[in-house]
Design a protein around this ligand. Structure first.
Ligand SMILES: *Cc1c(COP(=O)(O)O)cnc(C)c1O
Length: 446
């Protein structure tokens, strides 16, 4: 273990409670005064599970500790980036070294090239790429590029697909299939929303109808190749291949939003796992090893439409930040084939244990899993789209979440988020999790 990790532990232990209030409660109160809902991203407020938001002070491997010193096995994994677990020594050492080198410099650094070369080697469809600072920036920029490349305005996305908080992608389908979107957030204009067509995930016929209705007008289809923001929903056989066929036939671009799946479900992401080649790919989360990052990439001729070579403007003061590059390189260097075999083994054991626990408790749940991404849906049959996912018993999920938390197991605080298994989760944590789930499922029968 590195000295840094040991040093940080001492700052946690022995914090006194304040006026009979827990330390976490005191921090929550101060956070509530400064941030909407006390948080800097909504799901952290735990509203969907009627829970107090956590105040976390430290993580190591598969574990995190709250401000009161309570330990949890963590399946939130920062909502995706921490595939190697918290404070992996190799990542910590790399970030420390990069910090000592100074920067950012407003200039290209070797670490940017090194991370880009690793990405291109894993995903040959990415000949060139641009680093940005978040997944949201990546999807926003990639759609600007797709519109410029095709000279078309419309974008097709899927119900329940999350691509960051890009205005034009915060839309809901109206009634009926293949509908032009309505704003799903205050502050999004109708003008932006109507440029987005929304159809059900895994519904190729709906995609074909949308292309019939808007022939020659759709710039791009953007899809999470494994839906992972409505709970985990794998693509139906032939769905991604169908998207490839339909977009190619109409001259539209196919964008895989691999912000979650990239380097997560395989080193080469969904492109490798499903063997379907998109035109453009967005990345984030894992490629930054826990530091802020995003990227979009594809064929050189498309990326060369971006400034300064081409007419599509896109820039970033902190893009290619040396600390994020260092964390990303260290993380990708841990993700060799053996790592994916290990993730598969651990996550499969968790899935089997959860299924057995549910059967024992007599609770009908469906466990959807793709590699180290997993969701326990509180409904009997596995959902294939957002409508199916939303038919889950979210009250039962909330009871399950609270019981798991009380037992020291932290699962994402929403029915519609993926659990993230990391390389740091061992058989010990899996056994602890399954034992807790056995009790929690019994308790949450309602
Ligand atoms: C998280 C996520 C984003 C947004 O990334 P941020 O870094 O949170 O802006 C985009 N697309 C997908 C599929 C995501 O899961």
């Amino acid at each position: 273990m590195t000295p840094t990790v040991a040093r940080r532990r001492e700052t946690v232990i022995g914090d006194p409670t304040v006026d009979g209030q827990s330390v976490s409660a005191a921090w929550r109160e101060r956070a509530l005064a400064r941030f909407p809902g006390g948080v800097n991203s909504p799901v952290r407020a735990y509203r969907a599970v009627d829970g107090e938001p956590l105040i976390i002070v430290r993580g190591e491997g598969p574990l995190v500790w709250d401000a009161d010193g309570t330990e949890y096995v963590d399946y939130v994994g920062a909502f995706g980036p921490l595939i190697c677990g918290h404070a992996h020594p190799a990542v910590v050492v790399a970030v420390e070294a990069a910090a000592r080198d100074g920067g950012p410099f407003g200039a290209t650094t070797p670490r940017e090239v090194e991370l880009a070369e690793r990405i291109a080697a894993a995903m040959p469809v990415i000949e060139r790429l641009r680093f940005v600072s978040s997944g949201t920036e990546a999807t926003m920029s990639v759609l600007r590029l797709a519109r410029a490349a095709t000279g078309r305005d419309l974008v097709l996305k899927f119900e329940g697909g999350y691509h960051g908080h890009v205005d034009g992608l915060l839309v809901e389908a109206g009634s009926g299939l293949a509908t032009l979107g309505l704003p799903a957030s205050a502050g999004v204009t109708v003008a932006q929303a109507v440029e987005t067509i929304v159809v059900p995930y895994n519904d190729l016929a709906a995609v074909e109808r949308a292309f019939d209705d808007h022939r020659g007008r759709i710039a791009a289809v953007i899809v999470e190749p494994v839906a992972a923001n409505v709970g985990v929903i794998p693509p139906a056989p032939g769905f991604l291949e169908g998207l490839r066929r339909v977009t190619r036939a109409d001259g539209a671009l196919l964008v895989f939003d691999e912000v979650i799946t990239g380097f997560r479900i395989a080193r080469g992401g969904a492109v490798e796992r499903f063997g379907v080649e998109p035109d453009l790919v967005t990345l984030g989360k894992v490629i930054g090893g826990g530091l802020p990052i995003g990227a979009y990439g594809g064929r050189a001729e498309l990326l060369d439409l971006v400034a300064p070579v081409g007419p599509v403007y896109q820039a970033g003061t902190l893009a290619g930040h040396p600390l994020a590059m260092a964390a990303g390189i260290a993380t990708l260097d841990l993700l060799m084939p053996a790592a994916y075999r290990e993730l598969e083994r651990t996550a499969a054991a968790l899935e089997a244990g959860l299924r057995a626990a549910a059967a024992e408790a007599g609770v009908g749940v469906a466990v959807n899993r793709v590699g180290s991404l997993l969701t326990v849906f509180f409904r009997a049959r596995p959902p294939a789209d957002a409508t199916g996912a939303k038919a889950s018993d979210t009250a039962a999920f909330a009871r399950f979440h609270r019981a798991m938390r009380a037992a020291g197991i932290l699962v994402p605080p929403s029915q519609f988020e993926a659990w993230f298994v990391s390389l740091a989760h061992t058989d010990t944590e899996i056994a602890r999790t399954v034992a807790a789930a056995r009790e929690a499922l019994r308790a949450c029968r309602g």
